[in-house]
Design a binder for this molecule. Structure first.
Ligand SMILES: C[S@@+](CC[C@H](N)C(=O)[O-])C[C@H]1O[C@@H](n2cnc3c(N)ncnc32)[C@H](O)[C@@H]1O
Length: 276
């Protein structure tokens, strides 16, 4: 039996299924790119027809979701060399399995999502002492108080597939509030360009799915984040695929699409530091 729609209130919560599907499918095919047995274990428990997601994403968007995860994992693995007892906070976690890929048996992780999505996540990934789900909107800043952390031990935020669903004003307010509260913290997230957002929204409209729109787009990261607050420092940014090795086994169409998207810097990885 197919569960059909998983969430009653808000279709945005359903967007968690695409990255899960991609990591389950392509980590099996290309484990040397990203190995994610936990994603495969979870997807096996979900009664849902993933064919629409498969058609929509295809290989290049699917691999793009692995590229995002790999970029985040690499950054966090570097971070825990210096801060092995760090706190990791996953904003808009969905069914993300970062914790299981990067765990060094000392880190703590909080996975934040909207209440219905968080409840669903908890059923599939039950809380443990070091890996918990928080049922709160990222924009309800009460969640700050629920994070137990020691700044000296390191605090690191990831937000994959998140910022573009919201307006620039909302993201700006969130990041400024985080920078003021979590001074000394680090953050990594992916962002799309303004042109990419236009194209994605046009494609969604054509497919009759324009209830989920892409809003915030990032042109030049150097002229964006640090100008929002003196407490936000842009540490680094790069395009999605610039640190990933292209595998000649991937479809020719996939490789062409990656090159096209890199040329126009359609997807970026942004690292910020919240200055003390
Ligand atoms: C595209 S999915 C990404 C999931 C996950 N980061 C991944 O890469 O697998 C977006 C996620 O953001 C969550 N989300 C949407 N609005 C949110 C909000 N206001 N606060 C926290 N999470 C939110 C959705 O429920 C969904 O799980």
């Amino acid at each position: 039996m197919n569960e059909g729609r998983l969430f009653s209130e808000d279709r945005i919560q359903e967007t968690m299924l695409g990255p899960l599907w991609a990591r389950a499918k392509y980590s099996k095919l290309y484990p040397e790119f990203l190995d994610d047995p936990k994603a495969r274990e979870i997807i096996a428990k979900i009664d849902y027809d993933f064919s629409e997601i498969e058609n929509h994403l295809g290989e290049w968007r699917g691999l793009g979701l692995l590229a995002r995860a790999k970029n985040f994992d690499n950054a966090f693995k570097r971070f825990i060399k210096d801060f092995p007892e760090a706190t990791l906070i996953n904003i808009g976690a969905g069914l993300d399995t970062t914790f299981s890929r990067v765990d060094n048996s000392k880190i703590k992780c909080y996975n934040l999502d909207l209440p219905e999505a968080a409840q669903y996540r908890k059923k599939l990934i039950p809380d443990t002492d070091r890996n918990k789900t928080l049922a709160k909107s990222a924009f309800d800043y009460d969640w700050f108080n629920e994070i137990e952390f020691e700044i000296g031990k390191g605090i690191f935020f990831i937000a994959g597939g998140f910022v573009y669903y919201f307006t620039k004003e909302k993201i700006k307010d969130l990041l400024i509030s985080m920078a003021n509260y979590f001074m000394g913290g680090y953050m990594i997230f992916d962002a799309t360009s303004k042109l990419a957002n236009k194209i994605i929204n046009r494609r969604a409209k054509k497919a009759g799915e324009d209830d989920i729109r892409f809003h915030f787009g990032v042109g030049n990261p150097e002229r964006t984040f640090s100008q929002w607050s003196s407490k936000i420092e842009l540490k680094e940014w790069y395009t999605m695929w610039s640190k990933i090795e292209i595998d000649s086994e991937w479809h020719e169409k996939t490789i062409k699409a990656i090159k096209r998207s890199e040329k126009v810097k359609a997807a970026k990885i942004i690292h910020l530091k919240f200055i003390n």
